[in-house]
Design a protein around this ligand. Structure first.
Ligand SMILES: [Zn+2]
Length: 304
């Protein structure tokens, strides 16, 4: 019996694996190109190659279960992947195919859930979730908007596999169309590209969100864009907090790096939409950086 954990972060351009000991300390990490252009079978073969590399190079018996995190949505009932930006994965039963190929059990979750799990157990929420058994709402606020819920160390999947997916709640009725088929989703308002489009609509010039955030003190349109972020973020988050009432929120992704989201001004805005008078929980910056995905994937395999 192996007491190691193996996780794979499957991205569109690269895939990374980590093998950890029972305390989640890394024994070996490896990263290879995904070569997504080669198609579905090729990607599955690359994953198998990476697993075999981890086995050979570590000299450690690999665990019976392998965790995989990937963008998109994993449907627990059909076993299919949906909405992945690696298009060849969509509609495929990656779990079943990999289990045949690897001769091991495979657990798949989307990248936002892996982020929430890793930051809750090993990163920003460690003390609150891992040590005190609390609940965390971990969100990714970047190119897309997603989220995951971790209660006392366990990932909440939900009946449809969509628990925590606040990015597709309606925020602006009759707003911009979203790739999901609805309109005015949170993602179409406060994702990085949505905020950049908003700035461009005010000024006619294209700037990255990082540039916009850096010039808010001297550029009215940049200030208006950050104002839109904090107001709409608060409107979107309030109802989530009213239902879930977590012990902390962890805000990942490129938009999550904007300092104003953690300010007293934003807290006051959130309180407008909160059933309780005061927001008593911390809004936390992530601590694991790029490592959250791969460690989250490994944590998927930890038995409770
Ligand atoms: Zn949507």
């Amino acid at each position: 019996m192996s007491d190691a954990y193996l996780g794979i972060d499957l991205g569109g351009t690269k895939m990374e694996a980590v093998l950890t000991d029972s305390m989640m300390r890394p024994l070996l990490r490896r990263r290879i190109p995904t070569e997504a252009e080669g198609g579905y079978e090729h990607i599955a073969g690359r994953i198998a190659g990476l697993v075999s590399m981890m086995s050979k190079e570590s000299g450690v018996p690999l665990p019976r279960v392998i965790g995989i995190g990937t963008p998109g949505r994993y449907e627990p009932v059909s076993g299919r992947i949906r909405n992945s930006n690696t298009l060849s994965l969509n509609g495929r039963d990656l779990k079943c195919d990999l289990e045949k190929l690897l001769g091991r059990d495979v657990v798949i979750e989307n990248d936002a859930n892996c982020f929430a799990l890793a930051e809750s157990m090993l990163g920003a929420g460690r003390e609150i979730v891992r040590e005190r058994g609390g609940t965390a709402f971990g969100m990714i606020l970047g190119t897309g908007v997603g989220g995951g819920i971790v209660c006392g160390g366990r990932m909440l999947h939900g009946a449809h596999g969509i628990a925590g997916e606040w990015g597709h709640n309606e925020l602006l009725p009759d707003g911009e169309p979203c790739y999901c088929g609805k309109r005015g989703c949170v993602e179409t308002v406060i994702s990085g590209p949505a905020l950049e489009r908003y700035y461009c609509s005010l000024t006619g010039s294209s700037r990255t969100l990082r540039e916009i955030a850096g010039m808010a003190d001297r550029d009215e349109a940049a200030e208006a864009t950050l104002g839109r972020l904090t107001v709409q973020f608060s409107r979107a988050l309030g109802p989530v907090l009213n239902i879930l009432d977590p012990d902390c929120c962890i805000i990942g992704g490129g938009v999550g790096a904007i300092g104003r989201l953690y300010s007293q001004e934003t807290v006051a805005l959130i309180e407008r939409y909160l059933f309780s008078a005061r927001l008593m929980i911390p809004l936390l910056k992530p601590q694991l950086g790029d490592s959250a995905g791969v460690f989250g994937a490994a944590l998927l395999t930890v038995k409770h």
